[in-house]
Design a protein around this ligand. Structure first.
Ligand SMILES: [Zn+2]
Ligand SMILES: [Zn+2]
Length: 341
């Protein structure tokens, strides 16, 4: 692992180069550093009970997406978005968990740590996986020996998802080296993180390519949230016996698949067959519900093409008018009633 000891001259040259780089960074790059750092959450969750913290709201490919070289958001950190992930923090035990391990795990694990105010180790006390599409599990690689070399991090996965990790490299190596411990999830059976904090998997219809696909319901002492980043359509969920309206009635906050705003968003493509409900359809479907129900909806998992990523757009105005909103990265939602100071 360690580089061979270098000759004295090489070490001196390296040190000089490092000093030059550092002074260059200090003189030229400070503004850039501040701008980039400003995206990392500084707010800690309230003490006294568990809270949620939104770590990312982008679709699997992130915002901007690889290969979109002309996208102006590359040069404006305030407009980039990380891949959809939700943190769960319980200051009473000092523990923190994540829903999904995304390609942005490096930064998101730091954001979760800072929001938690807890100990630096372990990096995370557990990870719940929704499914085996690239934005939702590949961040597990950072737990491996090339990076953190984590020890037995519990990874909660449905049966096929767990088998996928055990049977396929490089994930199988995480299991073999005991970087992760796969914990079996069963749909509908709550995993207890504290006496008054549970996480329950709910099966949703979505391209089941390598694994099942689930959403999660997180229930705290007095409040409950739904995290549902990917679903093919609400109609298919109806056919399986779960109505979105009924699910909304059982939660206080519903983070829902908002991948695309409407058909026509990707120029030259008929998107009607795309396996996601458009935000416009979700808005239409829920239009007749009372305002208090619609206010529970927060869209996540936005594709880089989604106009609702930017404030002030017509898409954003439509969402506002519907009494819903797009989730913010860094937003914190307590799952308990806070006593006023
Ligand atoms: Zn996804
Ligand atoms: Zn997916």
């Amino acid at each position: 692992m360690h580089a061979a000891r270098k000759p004295y001259l090489a070490r001196m040259l390296q040190r000089a180069a490092l000093a030059t780089t550092l002074s260059l960074l200090i003189s030229l790059g400070l503004a850039g550093c501040v701008a980039a750092g400003a995206k990392i959450a500084r707010t800690q969750v309230p003490t006294g009970g568990p809270s949620l913290v939104v770590l990312g709201i982008a679709q699997d490919g992130g915002v901007p997406q690889a290969g979109s070289f002309g996208d102006p958001r590359w040069d404006d950190p305030s407009r980039t978005r990380e891949v959809a992930s939700l943190g769960i923090v319980d200051p009473r035990s000092g523990k923190r968990w994540m829903i999904d391990a995304t390609p942005d795990f490096r930064r998101q694990s730091l954001e979760l740590y800072r929001a938690s105010g807890g100990a630096a180790k372990p990096v995370v006390d557990g990870i719940f996986l929704t499914h085996a599409h690239m934005g939702h599990y590949t961040g597990l690689m950072f737990l491996g020996h090339e990076s953190i070399g984590a020890k037995s991090v519990p990874v909660y996965a449905m049966a096929r998802m767990g088998e996928f990790l055990r049977a396929n490299g490089p994930w199988s190596q995480l299991v073999k080296y005991d970087n992760i411990t796969i914990m079996p999830l069963v749909a509908g059976e709550p995993v207890r993180l504290a006496d008054d904090l549970t996480v329950t998997a709910i099966v949703v219809p979505h391209r089941q390519e390598f694994s099942e696909v689930v959403a999660f319901k997180i229930a705290g002492p007095t409040r409950t949230a739904l995290w549902l980043p990917d679903i093919d359509s609400w109609r298919e969920w109806d056919a399986q016996g779960t109505r979105l309206e009924d699910m909304l009635a059982t939660v206080d906050i519903a983070y829902l698949d908002g991948t695309f705003f409407a058909n026509g968003e990707i120029p030259g493509r008929d998107m009607s067959g795309f396996p996601h409900p458009f935000m416009s359809h979700t808005i239409e479907r829920l239009a007749a519900l009372p305002a208090s129900e619609r206010a529970k909806v927060r869209f996540i998992h936005l594709n880089h093409t989604n106009p609702a990523l930017a404030a002030g757009t017509a898409a954003r105005n439509t969402i506002d008018a519907a009494g819903m909103r797009v989730a913010d990265e860094g937003e914190i939602e307590p799952l308990f009633n806070r006593v006023a100071p």
